[in-house]
Ligand binder design. Structure first.
Ligand code: FMN
Length: 332
């Protein structure tokens, strides 16, 4: 029997696994592969320089899969913010049915998308922000624990606590994000009350992820201790792969007497980070990875990965059941 959760039912997917938005990774190649494999693939809107480029990418993705896929729209603080309203309008005009929102002040964009009947998965790292999103009418929360890649928030609460808080308090279905790579994790998330999982780092190390092979192999070799938290001093904490540039940035953050962001800015520049994925040099700039990097040991296709996750989750759930009663095990 296939999975039957609020997420699989509402999104029309087979496996309750979402591929989270990933800057410079979330292109049509990956999103379509995840959707073709039975999960939900997401294009990352801001990897496209303009809303019109996003329109082209959505059309390209549609040619690569007949299954549902969505778009991630990340609202980041910026001196000159992108025209989020225009990106959202393209998403609506192109008939996208599912959007992952993340970041600051999502109210206006969520309102715009909800008005068009779009299903919203809102990703956040605190229960307080999750409750605000519930008031905005989101359909699912994506609860991003401290283990996660990227913006971890400032409270350092891991998923063991966050997911149970979500179950106790939210009253809206949620998925678990941060620290997931396999079906055992999926079973654990379901046990804690989630309707599925969201994965970022694990999908970077797949055949279809459009990043350099060296970076995928760097992920396979890495340990769970190979990430570091940067920018806490500016309350914008990010979990990054702990390469040389990240270590240098951290040193400046700790030792700077002025606390002037300009000192660290060049080290954490997204431009150099993007080059890492293109030129394959893991030390060329900073890039994001979660603690789950220690659980990733191969580079499968998305199809192989999701089939394996399904099988492992079932094994895990059957094991849990066998520990309590002699009820017959479920089969794939
Ligand atoms: N999340 C966003 O909402 N917007 C982004 O632009 C974004 N970029 C990311 C880039 C990379 C390379 C990675 C690994 C993650 C990024 N994330 C972004 C976070 C993921 O969507 C997801 O929440 C996170 O990876 C979950 O943690 P995990 O890596 O342990 O699975």
């Amino acid at each position: 029997m296939p999975f039957n959760t609020a997420l699989t039912r509402k999104l029309g997917i087979r496996v309750p696994v979402v591929q989270g938005g990933m800057q410079w990774v979330g292109y049509a190649e990956l999103a379509s592969a995840v959707s073709n494999a039975g999960g939900l693939g997401l294009l990352t809107a801001l990897t496209q320089p303009t809303p019109e480029d996003l329109r082209k990418e959505i059309r390209r993705c549609r040619e690569m899969t007949k299954y549902p896929f969505g778009v991630n729209l990340t609202l980041l603080p910026a001196m000159v913010p992108p025209d989020y309203g225009a990106y959202a309008q393209v998403i609506i005009d192109e008939g996208i049915k599912i959007v992952e929102t993340a970041g600051n002040n999502p109210g206006p964009v969520i309102k715009q998308l909800k008005k068009a009947g779009i299903i919203i998965l809102h990703k956040c790292t605190t229960i307080r922000h999750a409750k605000s999103a519930v008031k905005l009418g989101v359909d699912f929360l994506s609860i991003d624990g401290f283990e996660c890649a990227g913006h971890v928030g400032e409270h350092d609460i891991t998923n063991f606590i966050l997911l149970s808080r979500a179950r106790q308090d939210l009253g809206v279905p949620f998925i678990a994000s941060g620290g997931f790579a396999d079906g055992h994790g999926l079973a654990a998330a379901l046990a804690l009350g989630a309707e599925g999982i969201n994965m970022g780092t694990r999908f970077m190390s797949t055949v279809e992820a459009p990043i350099h092979q060296n970076i995928k192999e760097t992920i396979v070799k890495a340990q769970e201790t190979d990430t570091a938290l940067v920018l806490r001093r500016w309350k914008n904490t990010s979990r990054l792969f702990a390469n040389k540039v990240t270590q240098d940035a951290l040193k400046i953050e700790k030792e700077s007497t002025t606390g002037d962001f300009a000192e660290i800015g060049p080290y954490v520049s997204g431009k150099r980070g993007r080059q890492v994925f293109l030129n394959g040099d893991p030390d060329y700039g900073v890039w994001t990875a979660g603690q789950v990097i220690g659980l990733i040991h191969d580079i499968p296709t998305c199809e192989v990965l999701l089939r394996r996750i399904e099988k492992e989750a079932l094994e895990s759930m059957n094991r849990a059941r066998s520990l309590y009663s002699d009820a017959p095990a479920a089969k794939l």
